[in-house]
Design a protein around this ligand. Sequence first.
Ligand code: G3P
Ligand code: CA
Length: 272
Amino acid sequence: MLTKNVVIAHRGASGYAPEHTFSSFDMSHFDMRADYIELDVQMTLDGEIIIMHDETVERTAGLPGVIKEMTLAEIKKIDVGSWYNKKFPELQREFYTGQTIPTLDEIIGRYGAVNYYIETKAPEVYPGMEGRLVDILDTHGLLTPERLHNKQTVIQSFSMESLIKVHNLVPLMPLLLLAKKEVLRHMTDEDLKQINDFVYAVGPSIKDLDQPLIERLHRLGFLVFPYTLNKPEDMKRLIDAGIDGAFTNYADRLRTAFNAENSEIFDEQDSM
Ligand code: G3P
Ligand code: CA
C-alpha cells in the first residue's frame, strides 16, 4: 500500500501532453512510472463513463458540445489533442493530433489492474454515475478485498454526497475528499472526525496548505495529498511541511523532489 511519497499523475503527464489522453497516460505510467493514474470521469447521454475534466468539449476540442447531451459515438469523433499542439508549440508532437477521449473501460483495458485515482466530476449532473463507475471497476476485478485493502483504486471528489454514494455501494472503497481553498479551515475537528471512518485521505488545494494544517489533518488520521503541485519551489515547501504525496502534472519533477528530500534526510543522518 502506498502511503509515503506518493506521486499521482494528474490527468496523466498533462504538463507534457494533452490531458486525459492515452498519450498523456502512457507517458506518466510507462515512462515516468508514476504511482497512480489520476483521471476525472463524466457520463455521456447513453450512460458511458468517459475521461474528461470539463462538462463540455469546448476547451479541449474547440467545438460546442455538452457531454451529458452527447452519445459515446459522438464523443468518439472528437479530436482532443490538436489544441495542445497549438497552445504549446514548444511541446507539440505530431501524434497528439487526433487523440480521442477514452472511456474508463478502455483505460482499465489498456493499463490493467494498476493504481487509479478516479474523480467523480460534477456528480450532481449525472444521476447514477457512481453506480455505473462501481460496475465498471467490478467488471475489471478491481474491487477484490485485497485490491481495496491495498488502495489500488481510490475514488476522489469535491462532493461529499458523491463519496457517500460510493461508500454505500462499496463500504471498503478507499475515498479521498478534495477540498478547495479555505474549506478544511472551516471544518471543525468534529466534522472531520465524523468522515474519517470512511475517508482515508484529503486532497487540499495547495493555495492555503501549510504545515499546521497538514499536522492537524495527520492528527485527525488523514493522509494528505494536495493538488496540484507543479512548481519545484511549492514541491519543496510542502514536502518539507510533511505531505504524504500529491497530484501533479509533472510526475517526473515530483519524484525528483521526493528523492532529493530523502537524500537530504540520509545526509543529515550520516552527519550525526
Ligand atoms: O483531483 C485532484 C485535482 O485534479 C482536482 O482538481 O479541477 O484538476 O480536477 P481538478
Ligand atoms: Ca481531478
